[in-house]
Design a protein around this ligand. Structure first.
Ligand SMILES: *Cc1c(COP(=O)(O)O)cnc(C)c1O
Length: 515
């Protein structure tokens, strides 16, 4: 058998304007450039990571904005090395480094290296997880991970789900499915229009604001989300949920979902899921569990029981980019009954015509709110294949242990007042002036947080509790030690104490004029 050969096509035409640009596209002829550029970029980041001595530099938007604005986007540098030099100046030098042990602010984790490897692979191959013909094996890998997660939760044989961009999107989709399930009997536009304004969602007063946003996006009434009171441990009160369902019923309202939170963002509190499941089952109400933060417990070797009851949910949000040490984005929505995902299905002739379902072609777009979609699942896949679930769970256990130590430290320190003890890894507390100046507590804590960030030595978060300003540690870094926590507490006390001292004196100066 002879293989036909074709003469090389010698072009006599002058090179087109795009000839040089083509070398910047990844293809068989540019792999050396690709290797070089990525290796250079990795090297720059590695050098920064190796040398940062504080989580932030404390640069202000006013200082940084001119550097970014000065870049002329219409005048390319022509070379990745030069662009990286520039990037170092406008971004990397002053980036926020979550791997630093004194980054204690939000739910940002240090990232697992196998996941970074996954990120590099998935962006280069650039599979899109809407249809099989844009992804092939990637679709199967995502499906395996959805099954794995649903099994960890215990959702049963008919479970399914989809990777999403984050917990907010997962919550939105969960509530979309719950709304549609609540509307199944409201056939016709008139019945639907009559029902929609009567739908209500119950969630904890400490629940996530994406529930409110979702309700708005879903066209529910402005007062559709009812914030249910919490107990002293900041967990939703099951008794109050039961009463609220009853009250809604009597008022002619329809509770379309109860959202239980497995790890509130501020307090790390886990709602009583077993009780919520029983209440929802008895009332025929959809139970959604927002485990965006607490999902790390699914792989915890010692604390899985804290999620007991989650297996009875109708839908569950997990954020792998919070407690699974994955880079943003990596989240998923899981559902107990795969059939409910049909509420997110549309068939487009050009993409996923209905006949593909009969042909058993697995198109993930049938289950997703997105169309073109990243292969984020690959990051978790490589993490599990390299490290395994127990190792991930051990890392999360570490930070939960560390938060317990931190709570102990703060609660024994007379300079501070601490709120409830977290089941996960937050500590909410405030500096309390002991002598004169107690009324300055709010301003002093606000000041301490800002002064700390400006110094770059540590970053903590702030929140309000019962109308007062509090500070918050969110621990997600196993490298954070109790000494780090103690050091940051001293810095906070110094900043806040100085503020109180200065302002009490200033007040005294005003009230006691000399002469
Ligand atoms: C972070 C968080 C969310 C939102 O998740 P994103 O990934 O930031 O969109 C939802 N619920 C809870 C409890 C969270 O902590």
């Amino acid at each position: 058998m002879t293989v036909p050969t074709y003469p090389a096509v010698e072009s006599t035409a002058p090179p087109s304007a795009s000839t040089a640009a083509r070398a910047q596209l990844l293809h068989g002829g540019s792999v050396e450039q690709y290797r070089q550029a990525i290796a250079d970029g990795v090297d720059r980041v590695a050098r920064r990571v190796a040398t940062v001595d504080r989580p932030v530099t404390g640069i202000t938007p006013a200082e940084l904005a001119p550097l970014v604005d000065r870049v002329d986007l219409d005048r390319p540098l022509g070379d990745a090395g030069a662009a990286l030099d520039e990037l170092d100046n406008v971004y990397l030098r002053d980036a926020v480094w979550f791997h630093h042990p004194r980054y204690l602010a939000h739910l940002n984790c240090p990232v697992a290296i196998p996941a970074l490897l996954g990120e590099a692979v998935l962006t280069a191959v650039n599979s899109s997880l809407d249809t099989w013909d844009q992804s092939s094996g990637a679709t199967l890998i995502e499906r395996r991970l959805i099954d794995w997660t649903a099994e960890r939760i215990g959702l049963g044989p008919r479970a399914d789900g989809i990777f999403t961009s984050g917990g907010s999107q997962s919550n939105l989709q969960a509530l979309l499915l719950a709304r549609e399930e609540a509307c199944v009997d409201a056939v016709g536009p008139a019945a639907r229009a009559e029902l929609l304004p009567r739908l209500r969602v119950l969630t904890s007063a400490a629940g996530h604001f994406s529930v409110q946003k979702s309700a708005k996006l879903l066209g529910l009434a402005p007062d559709a989300v009812i914030a249910v009171a919490t107990d002293t441990r900041r967990r939703i009160s099951a008794a109050a949920v039961r009463e609220e369902i009853e009250r809604c019923r009597e008022a002619g309202l329809v509770v379309m979902a109860v959202v239980g939170t497995a790890g509130t963002t501020d307090f790390g509190s886990i709602d009583p899921l077993t009780e919520l499941a029983a209440i929802c089952a008895a009332a025929g109400v959809w139970l959604h569990v927002d485990a965006a933060y607490g999902c790390g417990l699914l792989v915890s070797p010692t604390r899985r029981h804290l999620l007991d009851g989650i297996e009875r949910a109708d839908s569950v949000t997990v954020d792998f980019h919070k407690s699974f040490f994955q880079p943003v984005s990596s989240s998923a929505l899981l559902v107990r009954d795969q059939r409910v995902l049909r509420h997110a299905t549309y068939h487009a002739d050009y993409l996923n015509p209905a006949r593909m379902v009969q042909q058993r072609i697995p198109n993930q777009v049938d289950k997703s709110l997105q169309t073109t979609r990243r292969f984020d699942a690959l990051k978790l896949w490589l993490t599990l294949r390299v490290m395994g679930p127990d190792a991930l769970g051990a890392l999360f256990d570490d930070v939960v242990d560390r938060a317990a130590d931190a709570w102990q430290l703060v609660s024994e320190d007379p300079r501070f007042e601490v709120v409830t003890r977290s089941e996960l890894s937050t500590v909410v507390f405030r500096y309390l002036p002991t002598g004169p100046g107690r009324e300055l507590a709010d301003a002093a804590n606000l000041h301490a947080r800002e002064a700390l960030a400006a110094s770059g030595l540590a970053v903590v978060a702030g929140t309000r509790v019962d109308g007062r300003h509090f500070l918050k540690f969110t621990l997600l870094n196993p490298a954070t030690t109790v000494d780090d926590v103690g050091y940051v507490l001293d810095l906070i006390a110094t900043h806040a104490g100085r503020y109180v001292h200065d302002h009490v004196d200033a007040d005294a100066d005003l009230t006691c004029p000399v002469g």
